[in-house]
Write a protein that binds this ligand. Structure first.
Ligand code: SF4
Ligand code: SF4
Length: 128
């Protein structure tokens, strides 16, 4: 499951990901990270059954954590299977099946939003 972790670097001087891995023993996959001198936003992937536990540990360290049940959401009523999202996605989240119907492997998504902006039918969105 994806967790979107944000934190202030002024308040938090410890390496939060390293610390939570060391303390919990849970392996964390970093999908995307944007960190500057003031703040950080990191998208991580953790085992589903550990998501609440990891979230609580990170919140206790001062981070804000959003659990993303669905990384990318497709409105099947709006999608026309045009395939525009296939070519723009850097993670190969979208494919066609044998009947040229769009398939979505959302566990691969890193929430870059390229597909949301590119879809001509506004069929894609992200969990708020
Ligand atoms: S770009 Fe939009 S309409 Fe086209 S296949 Fe992807 S989700 Fe469907
Ligand atoms: S948000 Fe980015 S990674 Fe996720 S499905 Fe869209 S283009 Fe692919």
């Amino acid at each position: 499951m994806k967790l979107l972790v944000t934190f202030s670097r002024k308040k938090m001087r410890e390496p939060i990901i390293a610390r939570v891995v060391k303390e919990t023993g849970v392996l964390v996959c970093i999908d995307r990270a944007q960190i500057d001198s003031a703040a950080g936003e990191v998208l991580i992937d953790v085992p589903d059954k550990e998501a609440t536990y990891i979230s609580e540990r990170m919140r206790a360290m001062g981070a804000q954590v959003r659990i993303l049940e669905n990384a990318i959401i497709r409105d099947e009523n709006e999608c026309v299977d045009c395939g525009a999202c296939i070519s723009i996605c850097p993670r190969e989240v979208f494919t066609f099946d044998e009947e040229w119907k769009l398939q979505v492997s959302e566990e691969r998504c890193v929430l870059c939003r390229r597909c949301v902006l590119a879809c001509p039918h506004h069929a894609l969105s992200q969990q708020e």
